[in-house]
Design a protein around this ligand. Structure first.
Ligand SMILES: *Cc1c(COP(=O)(O)O)cnc(C)c1O
Length: 467
């Protein structure tokens, strides 16, 4: 059975079900697999023509083998991707001679986060049932994660979910995707504060060990290994469709917390022939700067037209750092402590050189994002969302040679960000039919002050006492 170790080397190793429920490791690190399972060229050839669920099962099974009874993982995978609106689940669309769009927005909430969270909800249900446990999932959202998590958990037994969003600071579509879900185990809090306030409160709640045990708190944010795992599969699916293992592919990944791009890195380590992995950022470009210079120094978060990428400290960066520092947990620990103390930390040139053959990075400002949306509509007839446009602009800037297929991850449906898309292109994207009545559905949420006691009292009174 594959074991998982903490990036800081001082927490007990766990199996897959352990990391699924643990979130952060006890030493403050993130869990990573002790070794990386391999996909051989023959394994990849055998996936040609396979369904999306079959590809997920084959690519991900070695990471969960032994931790779940036979057949359980397969059943969860099948059920998770049945809820996607496109028969190919993650269809590839051709934009130019050898340039492709991987559409990751056909899930219930129209962003790629459904790929991981739909599966996570089912795996949680399975493990909680077997352990006869229940949990209260608490999280903060600036937009897409909250709705994807709510839609993954709504109506499932043994789980309640509380999502905090900053009142008045998420788009109306994003808010309604959370607040119109009628199931009784869903609780939305509109916090009088910013996204950072929401996140700080959630963190404080988890740090209250007594309350954490009382409410059996659980997290589904992107530090959860299972989210990374689920995202590996679409890299494999796209590469196989475009000729892997016999042809190389490049990917351009609109990046915020570095979860998605890190999943591509893991796929490459498994043996997928990825010629180039482009980290595409908006003005919040800490990762692009790190990959260029080895210096990790956050600036202040600047709002952009691609708000789901408005992040400065990318939590999954620590997983990449673990490999860069030759999987030495003590070295990661002192590097992160230095970063926490000084607000900046570096790796030297030979260390950075270990990944610079694979990664490229490019920063795209709002003007370039908007002109890219307009150009893509003009040249291909496709409406793309602002996050995807960042990816497309970076793909063009960092393209490998023409014979390598270049795939940009389309991380959200354009109708999720209709104002920016209309401003850039003059065309207003339409919500898919399943969401056509979103603006007529009744909303349900509770407004709370930015106060830990108030949040604790709310959870005790409304959430823990619910059926
Ligand atoms: C979350 C999100 C991203 C960033 O993904 P990370 O895994 O955090 O790097 C990009 N685009 C959209 C639409 C998102 O919702």
């Amino acid at each position: 059975m594959l074991r998982y170790v903490s990036t800081r080397g001082a927490a007990p190793p766990l199996d897959f079900t352990g990391v699924l429920l643990a979130g952060l490791a006890a030493d403050g690190g993130l869990y990573v697999p002790e070794r990386t399972p391999q996909l051989s060229p023959a394994d990849l050839r055998a996936l040609r023509g396979a369904s999306y669920a079959e590809i997920v099962t084959t690519a991900c099974r070695p990471f969960v083998a032994g931790a779940l009874p036979d057949g359980v993982f397969e059943r969860c995978v099948t059920a998770a991707y049945e809820r996607f609106a496109h028969p190919a689940t993650a269809p590839l669309k051709q934009l130019a001679a050898n340039d492709w769009l991987l559409e990751l927005f056909h899930g219930p909430t129209l962003a790629f986060k459904d790929f991981a969270l739909q599966l996570l909800g089912l795996l949680f249900a399975e493990v909680l049932e077997r352990q006869d446990e229940s949990v209260t999932i608490v999280g903060a959202t600036s937009g897409d994660t909250g709705s994807a998590a709510i839609h993954a958990v709504a109506g499932r037994p043994r789980m309640r979910i509380v999502i905090l969003h900053p009142r008045g600071r998420v788009s109306e579509i994003q808010r309604r995707q959370m607040t119109t879900v009628p199931e009784a185990n869903v609780f939305n809090v509109a916090l009088e504060g910013t996204f950072d306030d929401c996140q700080a409160l959630v963190k404080a709640l988890f740090n209250d060990t007594a309350f954490r045990a009382e409410a059996r708190l659980a997290a589904v944010n992107s530090i959860n290994w299972a989210r990374i795992l689920a995202q590996i599969a679409y890299y494999v699916a796209a590469a196989v469709a475009l000729g892997a293992p016999d042809r190389e592919v490049g990917f351009s990944v609109p990046t915020g917390n570095f979860g998605d791009a890190y999943a591509g890195y893991v796929a490459s380590r498994m043996g997928l022939p990825i010629r180039r992995l482009v980290v595409a950022t908006n003005r919040n470009d800490i990762l692009a700067r790190f990959l260029a210079t080895g210096r990790y120094a956050p600036g202040t978060v600047e709002p952009t037209v691609s708000p789901s990428m408005d992040i400065q400290v990318a939590s999954n960066f620590e997983r990449l750092l673990f490999d860069l520092l030759r999987r030495n947990g003590a070295a990661v620990r002192s590097w992160m402590l230095g970063f926490a103390a000084d607000g900046v930390a570096c790796v030297d040139a030979p260390t950075l050189a270990r990944i610079s053959g694979l990664f490229a990075a490019h920063r795209v400002d709002d003007v370039a994002t908007m002109t890219t949306m307009a150009r893509v509509l003009r040249t291909t007839g496709e409406l793309v969302d602002p996050h995807t446009a960042v990816g497309l602009a970076a793909a063009e800037a960092c393209r490998p040679p023409r014979h390598v297929a270049m795939v940009t991850l389309a991380t959200a449906h354009p109708a999720k960000f209709p104002d920016a898309v209309e401003q850039a292109t003059g065309a207003r994207p339409r919500l898919p039919d399943a969401l056509a009545d979103l603006f007529e559905r009744p909303e349900r949420f509770t407004v709370l002050a930015n106060d830990l006691d108030a949040l604790r009292a709310y959870i005790r009174a409304e959430v823990l006492n619910s059926a």
